[in-house]
Structures are given as C-alpha cells and as structure tokens.
Design a protein around this ligand. Sequence first.
Ligand code: ZN
Length: 233
Amino acid sequence: MRRLLICLLALAAMIAPMMILRHCQTRETLSVPLLYRIVAIDPGHGGVDPGALGHNGMHEKAIVLNIALKLRSLLQSSGAIVVMTRDTDTDLSEASLGNQYSRRKRQDLERRVELIDNSGAELLVSIHVNSIASGRWAGGQAFYSPGSDQGKLLAQSLQSALKEVLKNTNRQAATGDYYIMRESQTLASLVEVGFISNPQEGRLLAQDDYQNKVAWAIYVGILKHFAAQPSGS
Ligand SMILES: [Zn+2]
C-alpha cells in the first residue's frame, strides 16, 4: 500500500509540470508538489519603512503585503507550510530606536534573515516593487544571488511564470546584490513585481485583481520549481 502511494506521488510529480500550464488558465491550486513544503515569504519594507511611493499615493509596503497575503493563501491551500517575515504593516526593528532609520533598516533586515534561516524554509521569495526616476520602464523581474545555481533555477521558474501569467514582460531572471539573498543561507529569489514608477503599471499594481494575478504568478513559479525538483534538493 505504501509502495503504491509512493508510486502515485512520483507519477503526480512527473505530470505536474504539464498540469501547471493547464492550471495557469483555470487558477485551481495543485497540491502534490507543495504538500508539507516550507516556504518563506518576505514582503519587503513595512512599518516605518514605506519603500517606494507610487503616483497614486500607494506605498510599496502595502502593495507587497497584499500580494504576499494572497500568495500565502494559495500556498496554504496546496498544503504548504508558509513562514512570513511580516503579515501586518510592521517592520522587525526595535521601536525604541525611534527615528534612527538606517539602524532600524539594518536591524529589520538582520532579523528577517534570522527568522527565515531558523524557520526550516526550503526557499524564500522576497517581494518588492521596483521604482526608478524614468516612468518608461515596466515589467516584473526575478533576481538571484550571483553564483547561486539553485537560486538561478528558482528565479528562472518565477520569471517564466511572470511572463506566462502577466503577459506584460519579456524580462529575464537576473543576478542582483540584495542583502536578504546575500546574507540568508536559504535558497532565495527576490521578485520585483513591477515598476511603481511606470504610470500604467503603478495603477495596475494598486488594483486587487492585478495583485491576485501577481500572487498567482509567483505561486505558479514556486510550484514549477518544486515540481522540477521534487526531492527538495
Ligand atoms: Zn523594495
């Protein structure tokens, strides 16, 4: 009986990548590749750190938290165990540091890394929103630490899902030097889900429907990663 169950699970893992593409259209969650997998989600910024500010007055910290909470629901409905660095509008620094913002930022990031590395998570997705002076750049992009082969595979899975689901970016997964990926021992990708500095994309990022799509894209990317590597290697 146990052998039969293992065979069924192995079969399901093999066919999962094909099913993922089909399920991209229907938005039904899949359970087998994610069952009991521990996933860390890091919504960037929060509390005293608002992150980037959009034309519509919406802060990065609010957008990425909304997306992270939606992503948590999708993962949990597939049987994954989700660890969040925050699930409210807060940061992890000591409030007693008051307006010493650079010290608070440093402490916040250090505590996020500690929390993630002590959680037993197999992978980390840190969610951010991009912003630059020019309003013409758009598109979501997944980053990985230079030299991390597994990080590159994870970022590529996330990037291909962003392309398939959002249908508005031809960007490629790229290396990025971000503290949370550099300092954490956990396999990680940081996803800049779009440019808040682009008027059209900034408007989309503030919409609940679009945030659902972004969460779905990241969910599909994580699913693809686990389906491709069912042993958790
Ligand atoms: Zn950010």
